[in-house]
Design a protein around this ligand. Structure first.
Ligand SMILES: Nc1ncnc2c1ncn2[C@@H]1O[C@H](COP(=O)(O)OP(=O)(O)OP(=O)(O)O)[C@@H](O)[C@H]1O
Length: 602
């Protein structure tokens, strides 16, 4: 995919969609908060407690100056000691409450993140193949990494900082208004430019952050795409172009990040200015009144302290406002992913089929990918149990599509695919997976031992069963010759098996699974002759005694099949035993002749 398919609303209904996205992310947030609601309330209580403790400091100072100090001058030291002791206790209590807040909020945030991370994985894994072919791996990686990171950043202190900041401002303003309403009035006036500046920053920051995130996502997507397609990049010597494109995207990202740093700089300077002017005004107005004996000095000192306190959280809040922005955007994207429904839904009333025989039918099947053109046109097909059918035909004819419908990676548009008379859409998913096994061309091996890879076919299989399966398809000697035999690791750090060897391991896996219907996409890669023979023999064992549909790429496989279907433009144009079709002199006969000739030449 190209970077232009990033999640941008571009249509007219963008506003409606963003409202919907916000609603979805709120629902998600609620469902994430629900299990941790008690620690959340505890955190709220702790934040309130610590802010009340903090705001009582200046009031104590006022009392100390105006009442305790005069008393001390008069020889009574008790009030001074009492004020000092109270100040100390409140300061210690405030510190303890802050520490407890950090602990409680960390517990909440970690629990939420764990929940979210698991949900994203579980859900992405559950989504149908259709989704995975549409949603690029780069985007999924972004959801699972940078988006979850953005949410983490906010949860790890961001939320409490925002809440504590708002609370601190409210409590400070209220305390000042109670202590000295006129100074409170000065603060109220100062709030106006503060609000204007914040609104300006909010608007600019939102747009800026969106640019930042898009730029960051483009860099990640380009990186993942390049590395995923590194073979093609190197084979076609595309490195300079790819590097140039990546450099340009990185430069855009740098520029956009610099933009947000500049914006923050303006905002911070503006805030400091407003804060200082406010303190100066409170001091000036209060000082004049104090001179006239209209205001106690202690109250003036407290008013100045409150005025200083008032604007100080704004700076930090602005910093977290940015992560708040990115976290809400990230949460919307994650919620969007979690709202994706599998296009191949599990049946509501699953039909059990524990012992399938492998009787397969396509009844008037019409199919196309998504809203795309029709790929299969009213296909009717009956494969009786035990038959081996070879699908042949030109590239793009629809052979893999037939295979994907059999395994129910996709659902038909009209008609039905049935196994033993049961529509695959109604079949219990567990029974379907047991009854139908697909062996793909690439023969994917997971990191782990050879034995574990074969045992995937039947979880819980004993080592003896794994070995028996390996022997059956003729891969035992090969596995036994590996450094650690069946325990040899086959991931990137372990032994690298060749394509043919991987194919054989995947045959053993399928043999162990022992499905009623085997769907096999035969590897196109040509193997050396001994390897070829081994694979042919393995294949023979694997196909025996079960229904098999093979997308055949080798003449030997086709000629060994019970029946050949020639697919062309999504239709079966020839159907018969290989011998009959050769004799009939149609398309298959021509194909057979070409094949034979290329083999003779080899
Ligand atoms: N995921 C997909 N999304 C959209 N169209 C697809 C998708 N996969 C295949 N098609 C289209 O469906 C048609 C049939 O493709 P299919 O893969 O079934 O052909 P095939 O006969 O298996 O070809 P090959 O031998 O090259 O594997 C082609 O026109 C192809 O472009």
């Amino acid at each position: 995919m190209s970077a232009t398919t990033l999640d941008h609303p571009t249509a007219d209904d963008a506003r409606e969609r963003s409202r919907e996205a916000r609603r979805r992310s709120l629902v998600l947030l609620r469902s994430l908060l629900h299990p941790v609601r008690r620690p959340v309330w505890l955190t709220v209580a702790l934040v309130v407690g610590s802010q009340v403790a903090a705001v009582s400091g200046p009031a104590l100072v006022a009392y100390g100056i105006d009442h305790a100090l005069p008393a001390l001058v008069d020889g009574n030291s008790t009030p001074v000691l009492a004020v000092a002791a109270t100040y100390l206790v409140i300061a210690v209590l405030g510190g303890v409450l802050v520490a407890a807040t950090v602990r409680a909020s960390a517990r909440v945030s970690q629990a939420i993140l764990l929940d979210l991370r698991r949900r994203v994985f579980r859900h992405t894994q559950r989504l149908s193949l259709e989704f995975h072919e549409r949603y690029t791996s780069g985007r999924i990686i972004s959801r699972q990494t940078s988006d979850l990171d953005a949410v983490r950043e906010l949860l790890d202190g961001g939320v409490t900082t925002l809440a504590a900041g708002v609370l601190s401002m409210v409590l400070t303003a209220v305390s000042l208004a109670i202590l000295d309403p006129r100074s409170g009035l000065v603060l109220l006036v100062a709030v106006v430019p503060g609000v204007l500046l914040s609104r300006w920053f909010q608007r600019r920051s939102r747009a800026q952050y969106r640019r930042n995130r898009t730029a960051a996502a483009r860099v990640i997507v380009r990186f993942v795409e390049t590395m995923t397609g590194i073979r093609a990049v190197q084979a076609f010597r595309r490195e300079p172009q790819v590097q140039a494109a990546y450099d340009a995207l990185s430069e855009q990202y740098r520029e956009s990040s610099a933009g947000s740093i500049r914006l923050n700089g303006w905002f911070d300077s503006g805030l400091v200015l407003i804060g200082n002017v406010t303190v100066a005004t409170v001091l000036l107005v209060g000082g004049l009144r104090a001179l006239e004996g209209d205001l106690a000095v202690g109250v003036l000192a407290a008013a100045v302290l409150y005025a200083r306190r008032f604007f100080s959280p704004l700076q930090q809040m602005a910093m977290f406002y940015n992560s708040f922005q990115s976290a809400t955007a990230a949460l919307e994207k994650v919620a969007d992913l979690l709202a994706e429904e599998p296009s191949v839904p599990d049946p509501e009333h699953p039909v059990r089929l524990p012992h399938a025989r492998g009787d397969v039918r396509f009844d008037g099947v019409t199919f196309g990918y998504g809203d795309g053109p029709t790929v299969l046109h009213r296909l009717d097909l009956h494969v009786p149990p035990g038959q081996t059918v070879a699908l042949v035909g030109a590239t793009g004819a629809g052979k893999s599509t037939v295979a994907k419908l059999l395994t129910r990676f996709y659902d038909v548009r009209t008609g039905a695919v049935t196994i033993d008379g049961v529509d695959v859409r109604d079949l219990d998913p567990v029974d379907l997976r047991r009854a139908v096994v697909m062996v793909t061309q690439e023969a994917y091996l997971f990191s782990g031992s050879v034995a574990a890879n074969i045992a995937l076919g039947r979880p819980g299989a004993t080592r003896g069963e794994v070995e028996a399966a390996a022997r059956a398809v003729g891969v035992h000697d090969l596995v036994a010759s590996l450094p650690d035999g069946y325990d040899t690791e086959v991931d990137k750090r372990g032994v690298r098996l060749s394509a043919g060897q991987r194919q054989l391991v995947s045959f053993a896996r399928a043999f162990l699974a022992d499905p009623a219907l085997l769907v096999l996409d035969e590897a196109t890669s040509s193997l050396d002759v001994p390897g070829e023979l081994l694979v042919q023999e393995g294949l023979g064992t694997l196909l025996a005694d079960r229904t098999a549909v093979v997308i055949a790429h080798r003449l030997s496989t086709v000629m060994g099949a019970d029946r050949v279907l020639v697919v062309e433009g999504g239709r079966v144009v020839e159907d018969g035993s290989p011998g009959d079709l050769v004799a009939a002199g149609g398309r298959f006969a021509a194909l057979h002749e070409d094949w034979q000739r290329s083999l003779d030449r080899a």
